[in-house]
Design a binder for this molecule. Structure first.
Ligand code: IPD
Ligand code: CA
Length: 266
């Protein structure tokens, strides 16, 4: 487990260094994905290639599931789940809040069935490196991470994010409009993996979103759990593309109940 965590941290640091360097050299949008606002840059692709080649050297029998180049299966039963730049829009605009996210999971690379073993979320702009291994705790740099104490929702700073399609955003906007008067405040910082690390470090009391991809939350969810968070999907299922809620257990229970009231599951 320690070795897997060290590999995640080392590979993420190398990719983050590349991503940051490319940012200082100027960013070019390479293509749009699900909508005109969902972009991929040359640096996303280059960083994912670097991660894949490092993993091929260090862990040749493991599979890889990456945001930009899809799935390559292995024979070991382990899969590395990779987001080369989480927070691509921040990256494009030079907002120093984007990360390389790398996790290694056991079992089918599906969030509702896998078991995350180790992971790293490395903020490429600030150099903060969040890591965790299953059962061994979470750290940022040399410091252990612990979630904030439980609070009532009216005192909770709640992070969230939005998808890329207009229909999804309209629905998410309605939920946020109903939630905002009931909590301390809302943050939309633009990088799901770092939102989960913020929960792990008590910088947010809770985080929720719907429509995430596996690579957005694989590493961050493990880091949050190892810091004492509960990370679940709505309606008693594991977190996956449908929904994710993270925070201290009592806060997650309260937030889930409020979401059920203001945005009932269909
Ligand atoms: C996005 C970010 C954002 C979240 C979106 C994700 P990307 O990932 O994590 O915070 O709200 O749901 O798609 O596109 O920057 O890798
Ligand atoms: Ca992402």
């Amino acid at each position: 487990m320690d070795e897997l965590r060290a590999i995640a941290a080392r590979v993420a640091a190398s990719a983050a260094e590349l991503v940051h360097r490319r940012r200082t050299e100027g960013v070019r949008v390479a293509a749009s994905k699900s909508s005109i606002v969902d972009v991929v840059t040359d640096a996303d692709r280059e960083a994912e290639d670097l991660v894949r080649s490092m993993l091929a050297d260090l862990r040749p029998t493991d599979g890889v599931l990456g945001e930009e180049s899809g799935a390559a299966s292995g024979t070991s039963g382990l899969t590395w789940v990779v987001d080369p730049i989480d927070g691509t829009v921040n990256y494009l605009y030079g907002i120093p809040h984007y990360a390389v996210s790398i996790a290694v999971v056991e079992g089918d690379p599906r969030p509702d069935t896998w078991r995350a073993l180790a992971g790293c979320v490395h903020n490429a702009a600030t150099g903060e490196s969040f890591t965790a291994a299953a059962g061994a705790g979470a750290t940022v740099g040399d410091r252990s991470l612990t979630v904030a104490p439980a609070v009532e929702l009216e005192q909770a700073l709640v992070g969230t994010g939005f998808g890329y399609t207009p229909e999804k955003r309209a629905e998410q906007g309605r939920t946020v409009a109903a939630l905002l008067p009931r909590v301390r405040d809302i943050r939309r910082m633009g990088t799901a993996s770092l939102d989960l690390c913020a929960v792990a470090d008590g910088r947010l009391n809770a985080y929720f979103e719907s429509g995430l991809q596996p690579w957005d939350h694989a590493a961050g969810a493990l880091i949050a759990v190892e810091a004492g968070a509960r990370v679940v999907g709505r309606g008693g299922v594991p977190a996956d593309h449908r929904s994710i809620i993270a925070g201290p257990p009592e806060v997650v229970t309260r937030l889930e109940a409020l979401l059920d009231e203001i945005a009932p599951l269909g």
